[in-house]
Design a protein around this ligand. Structure first.
Ligand code: TYD
Ligand code: MG
Length: 453
């Protein structure tokens, strides 16, 4: 096969040069040239076409084959949920996460559990012996698991052609290289080119492809943002390396919701799915401690109990400190301003520390009330009753707003033995049947009457 020509394309203005330069001669942007192969004009993009349809012709919607039925049900229930009901055949998935968080472990577990299905696991970062050692710790069979310690994409494609696997896993995309490009593995050009080749190959053969990618210190996937556009699903594996809990969430999913999360626990024998996440999130509550409040967030269709912990103290230094873990810092400032303006609490000169327990990061506004209650509880040094929870969004005017999925949220609270819930008047007027006592309010200052009763 003839060596394909390469060119250097400016990522800013799109102009192409025959050799690398530090500055684009056209738009004068620095370090914007990235090497790529020159596309062969006749090459088609290889996206799945309905058999019989002539290339370039439009297809009637009802004659398009539905990929819904081609989902592979995985034995890992958390993965199934995050994928939206199973892994879609021919889909390209990018799994990102910080080093050491457990990406390789999660994928090896998946590979070991695929039964009689052939799996090709490309281990560019580790030797087969290392992978074998890990596999022995994990519980799984891996009857048809094949390891390939390679980083050259042409060899990987060759092996894929030979083995025709039912799943291809690449650990990691940053180690791959295309020998036709001069640039080193891990550079933008190499990552994009390798990913493009693999995705095109797997899509045209209906093979699901999972690419593992590293996260930089800034929290973005190392390599081009473009990689996220090339794949169908972007999964993020996160959590505190010092905690045993790990969260898997979809940042993008062409085949399902991005609201679903998977929760795992890392122990000596790999990652185990957590059966009752609410229980572990609020289970370790010290009874009757000030500064803690329970709320319910909805991750997809699944309600999750959360515990907000706040510490409010007089500022030791001139400027008060605000620190927030697991909750948006700007939203915390907004809530503090509302509490000050609408409820008359002098929080402006106080240090405020907020933490959502369990290493969870939340963005459901329904947690606002719980966060506000935790702050007030710490400020007054009065504990909130342990069987009391709060559900509601807080507006700038101090109004308590209704939330969605109320039935599921109340159901979860009821299941875990909660007796009283504070929520918006509008939510209460929905008239849901529940054993829990519902206390409604229109404004946040009305919360004070019930909080410490
Ligand atoms: P790994 O999957 O190698 O992380 P990544 O691929 O994201 O860099 O997992 C690394 C950590 O997981 C490592 O510190 C050890 C821990 N671990 C366990 O606690 N139990 C296990 O069974 C396995 C395989 C790993
Ligand atoms: Mg790894």
């Amino acid at each position: 096969m003839a060596k394909p020509r390469t060119r250097f394309v400016c990522q800013h203005c799109g102009s192409a040069q025959s050799q690398w330069m530090g500055q684009c001669p056209r738009c004068a942007t620095w370090n914007s040239l990235v090497e790529e192969t020159v596309p062969v004009p006749s090459a088609r993009n290889g996206l799945g076409r309905t058999a019989g349809a002539s290339p370039g012709a439009a297809i009637r919607l009802d004659s398009v084959h539905s990929a819904q039925n081609d989902r592979i049900r995985l034995s890992d229930s958390e993965l199934n949920r995050v994928f939206g009901g199973g892994l879609v055949a021919g889909s390209a998935v990018l799994l990102g996460g910080e080093p050491g968080i457990g990406k390789s472990t999660l994928m090896l577990q998946l590979a070991l559990d695929m039964g009689a299905q052939t799996v090709l696991y490309v281990c560019g970062e580790e030797s087969p012996e290392q992978v074998k050692m890990r596999a022995e710790r994990l519980d799984g069979q891996g009857l048809e698991l094949h390891l390939l310690p390679e980083t050259d994409t042409s060899i990987i494609l060759g092996q894929t052609e030979l083995l025709k696997p039912g799943l291809l896993i690449v650990d990691s995309i940053q180690t791959l290289f295309n020998p036709h490009l001069e640039s080193a593995p891990g550079t933008v050009g190499q990552i994009r080119e390798s990913a493009h080749e693999l995705i095109r190959h797997c899509k045209s053969r209906g093979i699901p492809l999972i690419l593992i990618g590293h996260i930089t210190k800034e929290g973005t996937l190392a390599g081009p943002k473009l990689l996220e556009h090339m794949v169908d699903v972007v999964l993020q594996f996160e959590g505190d390396r010092n905690h045993v809990y790990r969260l898997l969430r979809a940042q993008k999913n062409r085949f399902g919701s991005t609201a679903e999360i998977g929760i795992y626990e890392m122990n000596e024998t790999g990652l185990q799915s957590v059966q009752d996440p609410s229980q572990w999130l609020v289970g370790q509550r010290e009874d009757r401690l000030s500064g803690a409040a329970v709320g319910v967030i909805a991750e997809g269709a699944r309600p999750l109990l959360i515990e907000a912990q706040a510490l409010v103290s007089s500022a030791v230094y001139g400027t008060p400190q605000r620190s927030s873990t697991g909750f948006d810092g700007r939203r915390l400032n907004m809530l503090l301003a509302v509490l000050e303006k609408r409820c008359g609490f002098r929080l402006g000169a106080k240090d405020v520390f907020l933490n959502i327990t369990g290493g969870l990061r939340i963005d459901d506004p329904a947690a606002d009330l719980a966060v506000a209650a935790a702050i007030l509880s710490s400020n007054e040094d009065l504990p909130i009753h342990p069987r009391f929870a709060l559900i509601g969004e807080v507006g700038l005017g101090g109004e308590v707003r209704a939330v969605s999925h109320l039935g599921q949220r109340l159901g979860e609270l009821e299941r875990l033995g909660y007796q009283k819930v504070f929520l918006s008047a509008q939510n209460k007027s929905e008239g849901l049947r529940t054993k829990i006592e519902l206390v409604a309010a229109r404004r946040i200052d009305q919360m004070l009457d019930v909080l410490f009763a």
